[in-house]
Design a protein around this ligand. Structure first.
Ligand SMILES: [Fe+2]
Length: 437
């Protein structure tokens, strides 16, 4: 059966997988329908202001205390949390990698999570981590929840089926999904293999950016976000629950599937979003706006205009600016930029940045178009041009991103990345035109 979703961002949803399972008119009846247990899952403090107050009421076969038990330490050695500094000897620099190789042994989504950078501090709920996942094995009778943050997943190759307590999402490359902090889920791989990126947000939840003078429409529109309808498993049998909590991993054995929520209502819920529904706004006469114009989701830090994380995309679009250098300009940024390429080619790099690859331009380190890109853009006939078949993205944070040893020692790290700027010539010769020979 095709999966069903409810449209809207941050809505107060309600859904039931069996008729009459959702109590009406109250949250906690003396006896809930079907003998279900009523349970609240809080995504914000009880007393958070109305605009940021998030919780959902779950009606489930067993309460969560029955989907818990005595925990034992376990390990996911490639999944790191901030603060995590200094386990490698790679000097400071602008960095770029070819794709992380697919695993050669059976590897689940959980086992295949490899942290590239960490920022901030998981213990104080600020900052984030950038990960890549590579997987070739379904999670079977195995479930996970992350107390440390919500997880934004960006598939690059292969679909993922994310079965959560609140419903099931199938997410393809060029789509994303967000799984709230604390929500139990399982990932299967409909295509057998999967690779992608993930942003673990330790701080306040992702929300839609304000549009300012753009007005009420464009960029990511709320109706294009999809939250799954209720779906449940009534499945007895031993299974494993893994928990991430303050950077450590713990596991316990359960007697039944924890995905047993038959009905729920509320605004604390997973969602997915098709990046091709993003309606870009950009230069229609001259110059190049700041890349913040492409922000899909922003996670506020508490300081206005200074995001804990911005999730930004570079989608298909028309380039029409007159008498302008059209690619992104050279710059240095107080924010730190982790980029990935889902498909196609990124407009500031002619070669070397390939789908599945990634780059890191950390706080205050200069970057911009490679020499070939600069030459082409400086001499281009400025007709309208459509950038097609491309989707790059950025996890940008106010905090410096510290590299893990995995990323520093990864075979696909490009020794020659800095060479992309080497051929840039001195054009200054004292004349107004400069020397363009
Ligand atoms: Fe940048």
């Amino acid at each position: 059966m095709p999966l069903a979703y409810m449209p809207g961002f941050g809505n107060d949803f309600e859904t039931e997988a069996l008729p009459g399972a959702l109590p009406q008119g109250q949250n906690s009846p003396q006896r809930a329908p079907y003998g279900l247990y009523a349970e609240q899952l809080s995504g914000s403090p009880f007393t958070a202001p109305r605009g940021t107050n998030e919780r959902s009421w779950l009606y489930r076969i067993r309460p969560s205390v029955k989907h818990s038990g005595r925990y034992a330490a376990t390990a996911l050695p490639d999944w790191k949390s901030a603060p995590h500094i200094g386990e490698h000897n790679l000097p400071l620099g602008q960095l770029r990698w070819d794709p992380v190789p697919m695993p050669s042994t059976p590897t689940t989504f959980l086992e295949g999570m490899r942290t590239v950078t960490t920022a901030g501090d998981v213990h104080t709920q600020v900052g984030m981590a950038s990960h890549v996942y590579v997987a070739n094995k379904d999670m079977e009778d195995e479930f996970f929840f992350n107390s440390d943050g919500e997880l934004l997943i960006v598939p690059q190759e292969g679909r993922i089926e994310v079965a959560t307590e609140l419903g099931i999402m199938e997410v393809s490359p060029k789509e994303i999904c967000v799984i709230p902090r604390g929500m139990i889920f399982r990932v299967r791989l409909p295509d057998g293999v999967a690779r992608g990126y993930a942003c673990e947000n330790y701080g306040a939840k992702f929300t839609l950016p304000d549009r300012g003078p753009i007005g009420a429409n464009c960029l990511a529109n709320p109706r294009d976000f999809k939250t799954p309808v209720a779906a449940f498993e009534d499945k007895d049998g031993r299974c494993r629950l893994v928990v991430k909590w303050c950077g450590e991993f713990h596991e316990t054995t359960l007697e039944a599937s924890p995905l047993d929520v038959i009905a729920w209502h509320g605004n604390y819920a997973p969602y997915k979003y098709d990046l091709t529904t993003f309606s870009p706004v950009g230069a229609i006469l001259f110059d190049h706006p700041d890349p913040s114009i492409f922000t899909v989701l922003t996670a506020p830090s508490g300081e206005e205009g200074t995001a804990n994380i911005d999730f930004v995309i570079f989608p298909e679009r028309w380039m029409v600016a007159e008498h302008s250098f059209r690619p992104p300009w050279y710059h240095r940024n107080i924010m730190s930029e982790f980029m990935g390429l889902i498909c196609g080619q990124y407009d500031a790099k002619e070669e070397g940045f390939v789908p599945g690859g990634m780059s890191l331009h950390n706080m205050m380190l200069p970057h911009g178009p490679d020499a070939t890109g600069f030459e082409k853009a400086s001499r281009a006939d400025l007709k309208p041009v459509k950038l097609t078949d491309t989707m790059a993205f950025m996890f940008e944070t106010r905090f410096p991103q510290h590299l893990t040893r995995f990323a520093a020692e990864l075979d696909t790290l490009q020794d020659s990345y800095l060479d992309c700027w080497t051929p840039l010539k001195k054009r200054f010769d004292g004349t107004l035109e400069g020397n363009w020979d």
